[in-house]
Design a protein around this ligand. Structure first.
Ligand code: HAM
Length: 449
């Protein structure tokens, strides 16, 4: 077997690596993920949202219909495969399509509206891997379905900003805001755009030449220099919005101002998914702009109907968790976490190990985070380990201690030791650690129907 390959799946020594664009979330990064999940859950629960998880894969058709065949996501970036019966399935590239499919399939129309749902899940896109761009990435997202009012869009932007604030990164981003109107008003605008670009096609990049036929609005957010220059003199959608879309947008801006949210009106913001109507917005990095936007969203009043449900309005947002973590690190933000050890138990001999095992359970039940070396190392080696794990205290149990019904507790920083009766050691440790630092939890009481 060859021990290396050009895809980089193995090192020259034959050690298997992750595929391109995916990464492990190691314990140090999980400190951030856990904290972010806590903030998201807390802020969204406060606002009446409930959590939903949709499957990692769905029928390919769902994404084709919801996101649109001519979008980059569907035409280039999906992980699509056939199952053993030849059905076409796709790993979810985003969350909204699945949530709306679930809304219809589980008859959520019958629930009090609006239905407010949030998720925090891995998603998959066959993107070109680079900084902040992965092939498996986590998104946190939330959706308000079943009611149409600009105040709801304002709520969504407010909550997204609040989560960024809680994570210490809100000041790094600007809210970019636009309205792309109703599909009817957009039709007229697309015609105008095609007319505008008619004699300028030669100056466009290859991709935009195709987009001109399939989705001319995407020409407005192309990053190529020539396309950007042309976009700046192209007609603006705001001039083609119908009265309803205009009023909706004006109201949204008023509500945002009332909520103290600053925003930048951006007539070039169109988003890369076809389901949007009226409101679209993104959180842009103040220095890098659209590149590495931390999140984005908007209103999608036609999506439920497009998926076969009754006409139902909706609006939502999603952010990339890897990008949030990168920004928190850039700001040198550390998160509180509970991955610390309070006590290490070192023991010598089988009888001591038995005592150690039961003491370990008692300490853990009391909320003391306890580790032990249960192998056959010397006490010295075990003390060395306790140090490496950063335990402030070590409990030492040897044969003599077992016989006398005591344990030795060692303060690892100071190096002092004292002997404590076995029955009193849990209380002694709790006092040393401090009640407020114990890791006790309650999952809530079970009740029965
Ligand atoms: P999106 O703008 O495609 O929107 O993705 C939202 C966020 O996911 C992006 O701003 C970015 O932070 C993150 N993201 C996207 N692709 C990648 C990638 N390859 N690697 C790392 N992070 C990535 C949506 O997905 C919509 N479903 C949002 C929405 C919800 N609209 C309405 N409701």
């Amino acid at each position: 077997m060859p021990n290396t390959d050009d895809e980089g799946t193995m090192t020259p020594g034959g050690v298997l690596q992750t595929p391109k664009g995916v990464h492990d979330i190691l314990p140090n990064d999980h400190e951030y993920y856990t904290y972010i999940k806590k903030v998201v859950r807390h802020r969204l629960r406060q606002a009446g949202f409930r959590r939903i998880s949709t499957p990692m894969f769905e029928f390919t058709q769902l994404f084709q219909r919801a996101i649109g065949n001519d979008t980059d996501v569907v035409s280039k970036e999906m992980y699509t495969f056939q199952d053993k019966k030849g059905r076409s399935l796709t790993l979810k590239p985003e969350g909204t399509a699945g949530v709306m499919r679930s809304y219809i399939q589980n008859n959520m129309q019958a629930l009090p509206q609006p239905v407010q749902l949030y998720y925090i899940e891995p998603h998959f896109r066959y993107d070109r891997p680079q900084k902040g761009r992965y092939r498996q990435f986590w998104q946190l997202g939330f959706e308000i379905v079943g009611e149409s009012d600009p105040a709801l869009d304002a709520q969504i932007i407010y909550l997204a900003n609040l989560i960024n604030k809680d994570l210490g990164i809100a000041d790094l981003f600007t809210v970019q805001l636009n309205s792309i109107g109703t599909p009817e008003s957009r039709k007229e605008y697309m015609r105008v755009l095609q007319d505008f670009y008619f004699d300028k096609e030669r100056s466009l990049c290859e991709l935009c030449k195709t987009r001109l036929k399939t989705n001319p609005m995407r020409l407005l957010d192309c990053k190529e220099e020539n396309c950007r220059i042309l976009a700046q003199i192209a007609p603006k959608i705001s001039e083609y919005l119908d009265a309803e879309s205009k009023e909706f947008h004006e109201d949204l801006k008023e509500y945002l101002t009332e909520l103290g949210i600053k925003f930048v009106e951006n007539p070039y913001l169109v988003r890369g998914l076809d389901y949007y109507t009226k409101t679209v917005f993104e959180f842009w990095d103040k220095t890098e702009g659209a590149q590495n936007a931390i999140g984005g969203g908007g209103r999608y009043d036609g999506l439920v109907e497009l998926l076969g449900g009754k006409p139902t309005p909706g609006s939502g947002y999603a952010a990339g968790v890897e990008r949030i973590v990168a920004n928190m690190k850039r700001e040198k933000i550390r998160v509180p976490h509970k991955d610390v050890i309070h006590v290490f138990i070192a023991q010598l001999g089988k009888e001591a190990k038995k005592k150690g095992l039961s003491l370990m359970s008692d300490l853990r039940d009391a909320g003391v985070k306890t580790m032990a070396s249960l192998g056959k190392d010397s006490v010295r080696t075990q003390l060395g380990l306790a140090d490496k794990f950063g335990a402030p205290y070590t409990i030492i149990i040897g044969l003599t201690e077992v016989r006398e019904g005591v344990v030795i507790i060692r303060d690892m920083k100071v190096g002092t030791q004292k002997t404590v009766p076995f029955d009193e050691i849990v209380d002694v440790v709790i006092k040393l650690i401090g009640k407020q630092n114990l890791d006790t939890y309650s999952a809530g009481e079970l009740t029965y129907e």
